[in-house]
Design a protein around this ligand. Structure first.
Ligand code: ADP
Ligand code: ZN
Ligand code: MG
Length: 637
């Protein structure tokens, strides 16, 4: 797992830059679970009880009676394990005596033969079959019932289709959200912009008196979890107006026309409750550029969007309704939505910076018992790239852990554990000493050592063999400072260190022994190298942008149109450049590890023994041991 995704490479708001991690991941082996249904066998077949007149015989007595010559005739029913015994001198119409047989009745049969008793076999196979049929029927009945149920459901659904939209309003209304601006932190600029909206709702006459037209719509743009929904609620809370909310995906339904009627309904209700605020989450689900759907487009979506545009044009600016929409893909929105008079205001809600994270942590620490020794600032430093939702989740995880450990207050130990967990997943138990544990150790130390030896690389925070999530071992790096921009040398250093895992495997165990564990690393490396060539103009192809930001996502509307705007020839050149970057970095990585083989071995021994090495100790060992340490630590790349 590496949080050094594509997005981390641009000056991006949305990537977790820290805690980017290199990991030896388990190969994804899917085990197809097959579902086998075993019918339960109901009891044994019922015995048709027939009452014998005299005291019933048992097996032993039957044999005695046969030996004594008292028995006229015996009918054996192997299937039922019953013998019908006709005694000598018995009246014509008295029913035979029934005797339960054993599993094997060879003895009885021998005696019967010996004594010349008439015996025959009857089989109740017919009744068996009937019972079998009955059991099968018992299975079929519930199935039929189930089918009937489904049938009824679907008829219900089609009758619903007649009055959808009206009764099944999917929007929610909150009379009071109870959220205030002070609950939203770390997005000061957005808050300033939106304070104005509160005034529009509270005192519209202040604006209309001077002839100003009050804007109808505000578009909140930002990655998930940055507090867009929270901000919209805070506006409604501050202005003390009702809050109507619906998600864009809820407009788009199975039935054509539902979306449009929902829009109509929503606006009708809102007008009745004005002044109020309408919040449309994920507006890109309906508001995507029209007419670009592949394979016929989506009529339903277009109708919904048209209805939305009509409604927005339909009311005057001073009716006291303000629409706030949220998206993280403003680039795919239909231009008609962004026109003045619609969502003409756009507010960016970015992932918070250091100060912002500290403020958000303060907000969420308010209702938690945190040990006074915990420095929220230190946490904020450890979590670049975390959004408000991540931070809220982080403190919550730490609180849960504290409760589980039966402590009074959250300490830094729980918070550290929670950060690791939020970033890399659940902790597993370390392997026992084995060849694969050593291999994982070489792999991880390979990352960490190459990262440490390269001047442009972020420092190692820790290396560990304790598995987490999909990863069997992890190397954590922390960037020194918040960096929005990443240089070419930094990128190359990252590629080289990410290849360090595979390089170490190959050096130590030889080419035939390298494992699938590096697959994740290789994916990241290829991604980074490709972006260097096609997006950042960092190769011999020159400063060209050869791919558009969201390349590869065919279904995202507009993007499809201007994809692949280069020739085959350039495509081949791109490939060869990518390969050159990766291959050179791999060679570099192997060189560094071979030169420092002694340190590599020492660190691996220590790691296998201790399972975790902290960054400071790691660096001390490298500095003490590398013969060429001084130059090496300053290797320009
Ligand atoms: P979005 O709508 O942008 O995806 P949300 O507003 O739903 O994000 O945020 C989810 C949760 O994360 C909020 O309920 C809140 O607890 C927390 N959160 C997100 N951003 C912030 C913030 N800026 N300040 C305080 N809490 C936040
Ligand atoms: Zn790795
Ligand atoms: Mg949201």
């Amino acid at each position: 797992m590496t949080n050094l995704g594509k997005k981390a490479l641009i000056k991006s708001q949305s990537s977790k830059r820290v805690a980017w991690v290199s990991a030896l991941a388990k190969p994804a082996v899917g085990i197809a679970a097959s579902l086998i249904m075993l019918p339960v066998i109901f009891g044994s077949t019922p015995v048709m009880a027939q009452k014998a007149e005299s005291t019933p015989l048992n097996y032993g007595q039957l044999i005695k009676k046969v030996k004594a010559g008292e028995v006229e005739r015996v009918e054996l029913d192997e299937a039922e394990q019953l013998a019908k015994v006709y005694l000598k001198g018995q009246k014509e119409n008295t029913p035979p005596q029934q005797v339960r047989l054993l599993a094997q009745n060879a003895e009885l049969i021998n005696i019967l033969k010996e004594r010349n008793v008439d015996f025959g076999e009857v089989s109740s196979a017919n009744s068996r079959a009937a019972v079998g049929l009955l059991i099968n029927l018992m299975w079929i009945l519930p199935l039929v019932a189930l089918m009937l149920l489904f049938l009824r459901r679907s008829t219900n659904a089609s009758s619903q289709a007649m009055n959808f939209g009206k009764s099944k309003a999917r929007f929610q209304m909150e009379a009071k959200t109870g959220v205030k601006f002070e609950d939203v932190a770390g997005v000061e600029e957005a808050k300033e912009d939106l304070e104005e909206v509160v005034t529009f709702l509270k005192q519209p006459e202040r604006f209309t008196a001077v002839g100003a037209r009050i804007p109808k719509g505000v578009l909140l743009i930002g990655p998930p979890g940055t507090g867009k929904t929270l901000l919209a609620k805070a506006i409604a809370g501050e202005a003390a107006v009702p809050f109507f909310s619906i998600s864009g995906s809820e407009f788009v339904e199975m039935f054509v026309g539902v979306g449009a009627s929902r829009v109509r309904d929503l606006f009708k209700k809102a007008k009745e409750n004005a002044p109020c605020l309408i919040f449309i989450d994920e507006i890109d689900a309906v508001g995507r550029q029209r007419g670009t759907g592949i394979g016929g487009g989506n009529d339903e979506r277009e109708q919904t969007l048209n209805q939305l545009l009509t409604e927005m044009d339909g009311f005057e600016g001073n009716t006291g309704i303000i629409i706030i929409a949220a998206t993280n893909r403003p680039d795919v929105l239909d231009t008609a939505l962004l026109r003045p008079g619609r969502f003409d205001r756009q507010v960016m809600v970015d992932a918070p910076d250091l100060k912002g994270r500290l403020e958000i942590l303060k907000v969420h620490a308010r209702n938690k018992k945190i040990d006074p020794s915990v420095s929220l600032e230190a946490i904020a430093r450890r979590t670049p790239g975390f959004t408000g939702a991540d931070l809220a989740n982080l403190l919550n995880e730490a609180a849960i852990l504290t409760a589980r450990r039966r402590k009074e207050a959250v300490t830094i130990l729980e918070i550290d554990a929670a950060v690791d967990r939020v970033v890399a997943g659940m902790e597993g138990t370390a392997l026992v000493d084995s060849k694969s544990k050593r291999l994982i150790a070489y792999h991880e130390v390979g990352h960490a050592l190459v990262g440490t030896l390269l001047k442009d690389h972020d420092p190692v925070q820790k290396v560990t063999l304790i598995p987490r999530g999909q990863a069997l071992g992890l190397t954590w790096f922390t960037p020194n400072e918040e960096q929005g921009l990443i240089s070419r040398s930094q990128l190359k250093a990252r590629i080289t260190a990410t290849l360090g895992g595979r390089a170490a495997e190959e050096i130590v165990f030889g080419k035939p022994e390298v494992t699938t564990g590096a697959s994740n690393d290789l994916q990241h490396v290829t991604g980074m190298a490709r972006q260097m060539v096609t997006r950042f103009g960092m190769s011999e192809l020159g400063p060209l942008s050869l791919e558009n930001q969201s390349g590869g996502e065919v279904f995202l509307g507009r993007d499809w149109m201007n994809k692949s705007d280069y020739s085959e020839e350039i495509a081949a050149k791109i490939d060869s450049q990518v390969r050159e970057i990766v291959n050179n970095s791999y060679i570099k990585s192997k060189e560094l590890l071979e030169e420092n083989r002694v340190v590599l071995e020492r660190l691996v021994d220590l790691l296998v023994e201790q399972e975790t090495i902290e960054g400071d100790l790691f660096r001390t060992i490298v500095a003490d041991n590398a013969q060429v340490a001084d130059e090496q630590l300053a290797v320009p790349h």
